[in-house]
Design a protein around this ligand. Sequence first.
Ligand code: NAD
Ligand code: TYD
Length: 375
Amino acid sequence: MKNILITGGAGFIGSHVVRLFVKKYPEYHIINLDKLTYAGNLANLKDIENEPNYTFVKADICDYERMTELFQQYDIDGVIHLAAESHVDRSIKDPFTFARTNVMGTLSLLQAAKLHWNGDWNGKRFYHISTDEVYGALELTNPEGIEPPFTTTASSGEHHLAYGADFFYETTKYDPHSPYSASKASSDHFVRAYHDTYGMPTIITNCSNNYGPYQFPEKLIPLFINNIRQQKPLPVYGKGENVRDWLYVEDHARAIDVIFHNGKVADTYNIGGFNEWKNIDLIKVIIKTVDRLLGNPEGHSLGLITYVTDRAGHDLRYAIDSTKLQRELGWEPSLQFEEGIEKTVRWYLDNQEWMDNITSGEYEKYYEEMYKVQI
Ligand code: NAD
Ligand code: TYD
């Protein structure tokens, strides 16, 4: 396989995947296709933009004609599809854009790949990156009066701290709640349909919440780091009781590499770090870390916590069981959470220019509009 199309490569996760592939596989030609929406930022890829095996193409995945031309022009062998609208709050305000990009855009890519590959599936692969949010929400449970988090045993036999007895497995029924997760679920179904109907060699992975450098600061972790730095309020939705399972973004990129090369065609893999955090506890860790690195006294920024109206349809708990991936392909997360969050906070504090370039202009207007409603 030589010519790899990575969509959404100027976004958060995509930029880590592009960087990994460009550096690790000089024999591949990596074509990064991105529309450069508000979330796409070529500054995320400054360090590799002049590499000889890298090409950037600005295009919209919904533009089917353009997609068919690009498949032909670059003779694409493999696709790693990350381009999407990715933020739940935006999907609540503007679901149409999510259906357009996530559903119709994915369909347009699938059809362009089908046309170009023309039934010769040898050495071809269409890898679709999805989310654990398609599985819906899990309960917070408190068995025999033990306060969560408590130790549970995953299907691998390993022990982990968890806020409930259930996990998302590859076999868990889809039950999306937000327009974002509904659009991702729909795109997953289209990808499976292209395998089942036409025989296209597809793979899907469903990953938990990612964190790390280059994440757009509308998502919890970079937003809160930046607000603490500027001593602005930290809007906690509801009571801060919701639980998310966090994975360092480079570990996700490594998993994508392993699965792209060794995953079983037509299969699904869950990716997660067995790393559940209640939002409010995570927020306190972020505050403590930022305060320490800025030289503030401990507890200095706790007063910025501001409880705001809950997100509509806010899923209570996500928790991935990634045993299958660990067992079958030998992947496991490389970073402990403490190490990952320290690296992440340091990165945002050391790269204030990157953050300031994003948070000025259009973004500022959006942010004011968004939080005028909620605070
Ligand atoms: P992101 O919003 O940071 O980046 C998305 C990228 O897609 C941007 O560069 C944007 O310009 C591009 N894009 C959007 N619409 C496009 C279009 N019509 N045509 C071409 N490019 C377009 O998102 P992310 O957090 O990096 O997520 C990447 C993928 O991973 C998404 O498919 C998302 O559903 C999935 N995912 C994300 C997470 C997470 O925690 N962030 C977890 C699991 C899965
Ligand atoms: P987010 O980063 O938007 O990811 P997702 O909704 O895909 O899980 O949010 C993570 C959690 O943090 C989620 O439970 C919502 C909550 N949250 C807040 O409490 N305040 C905020 O300002 C944001 C952006 C999120």
